[in-house]
Design a binder for this molecule. Sequence first.
Ligand SMILES: Nc1ncnc2c1ncn2[C@@H]1O[C@H](COP(=O)(O)OP(=O)(O)OP(=O)(O)O)[C@@H](O)[C@H]1O
Length: 577
Amino acid sequence: MKLMLHYTLKNKGLLFFNFICVFGFIIIELGLPTLLSQMIDVGVANNDDAYIKKIGLIMLAVVVVGVLMNISLGYFMSRITTNVTASIRQDLFEKIQGYSHNEYEQLGVPSLITRVTNDAYQIMLFMQNLLRTGFMTPMMFIASLVMVIRTSASLGAYVLVALPFLLIGVVAIARFSDPLSRKQQGNFDRLNNILRENLSGLRVIRAFVNEDFEEGRFGKVNDAFEKSSKNLFRLMSSAQPGFFFLFNTVMAYIIWQGSIQIDAGTLEVGNLIAFIEYIFHALFSFMMFSTIFMMYPRAAVSANRIQEAMDTEPIIENKENGVTTTETNGYLAFDDVTFAYPGHAEAPVIRDATFSAKPGETVAFIGSTGSGKSTLIQLIPRLYDVSEGEILVDGVDVRDYDIAALRQKIGYVPQKAVLFSGTLRENLLYGNKDATDEELYEAIDIAQASDFVSELADGLDTQIAEGGSNFSGGQKQRLAIARAVVRRPDLYIFDDSFSALDFATDAKLRERIDKETTNATVLIVAQRVSTIMGADRIIVLNEGNIVGIGTHEELLKSSSVYYDIASSQLTKEELGQ
Ligand SMILES: Nc1ncnc2c1ncn2[C@@H]1O[C@H](COP(=O)(O)OP(=O)(O)OP(=O)(O)O)[C@@H](O)[C@H]1O
């Protein structure tokens, strides 16, 4: 509720007009029966045609104003609800942008998607109901009740008898629907998770003919979602007939009692008609107000989930007034760095890593899978923070930098090349938004991507499909490398970025990068010894420990781990034996 209130109060002007429309609408709705009763008890009873005509015209004007009020109410209400949900979505999106990897893993990507989309939508539905029904019904109820008592206190007493039953029903439904709503949203998250995994892994699923298994997996979660939704809807829909039964019973009883009073001459016909209208408004308002309570638990669950995501603080914090400029560019030093993933403090993935690199140098990392290579280089742009020790970039601890300034120094090409939907130009400009087309083409050339880019009919304006699916794995890798080159960073980080390239392209690419990066530091993670043989320094990792540092030739002699890797990939001549 705090969340909804916070965002709703940002629309104070619209709220005021919303309130005015509600108020006007109530006066009109309750004014009409009063006019009708006047028409019958004065005009019809005295056969006064002129009076009947006059009241009729007034009623017509009141109806027109009522329609206008209703239309305006719809307008203000939808403006507020769309403003509120758009702001929630935008703020949540911005918050998520600031998350470090840890928070994405903690909350889960599918759950975050559901929070930004479906949870925000649930809030919109609730707000629509709240701003119309929630504002209108309490006022309408009280005003109708006053009119009821004023018109006939004895008949009004029957309404008061029915109210506690209605109240008990509303409270019971609110209580039962809360856990059901929670369950439904949780199942919706799981459904999203499976769907996302399935769609992104469609090729693998087909290649392994695993469609049936996937359908079963999806079916199970879908059934659970269906069951929880069914229970919730069943509860909601069973409430309505119950309310209507009570409603109609009270009405029938009042008409019966009213008829007796008319017969006895203690009540006029017009008054009974107006009375029935007031009762209708009072009970109907109460019933409609109960929908707020029914919808609230669902919206509250969604609001809590959004609030939780808003309150989640990234473990990587940007230092206030962090360093933005340095005297040198491209110097890197790891000083006794130990790192364990959050929540796994007992099992460090990197232990006591110490090494350095300077501009003009290429430093490579090799080791078996899972030895910690990707983890180690992710510590440099602060995707994670070290557990112990420090990482210095140009003599400054990475934690003392303004994060944007630190990352601006780095051209990071991740293991899995990521392209975004949009044009090729837009993708490359991620590296440097001010780069000219000439600079983009030069980066493409360095990344050995000219051959296929030159064949694209639309050149830099070529549309890239979602996830870059209209490019091959090797083409995507080269475009991701071109994007890093566009930045002309001080520090290049290639995380196994050449793995999808053939040997010849790999060699040409490294040769060009060597030439173009004489003033920059290049870090290369690779599985292929041939990719890193020429590096100035190779760092060998084994289960998170640095077990060898040296050139290819030195390591062949000094590191058995390196020798084993090299001898499994190179011929005897290449090994110099
Ligand atoms: N987000 C994470 N949370 C917990 N543990 C992780 C996480 N990411 C990686 N690990 C663990 O850290 C260790 C090192 O993984 P890392 O990806 O750094 O290895 P790598 O040497 O780059 O492997 P590869 O060559 O296969 O890419 C592995 O044991 C892995 O299971």
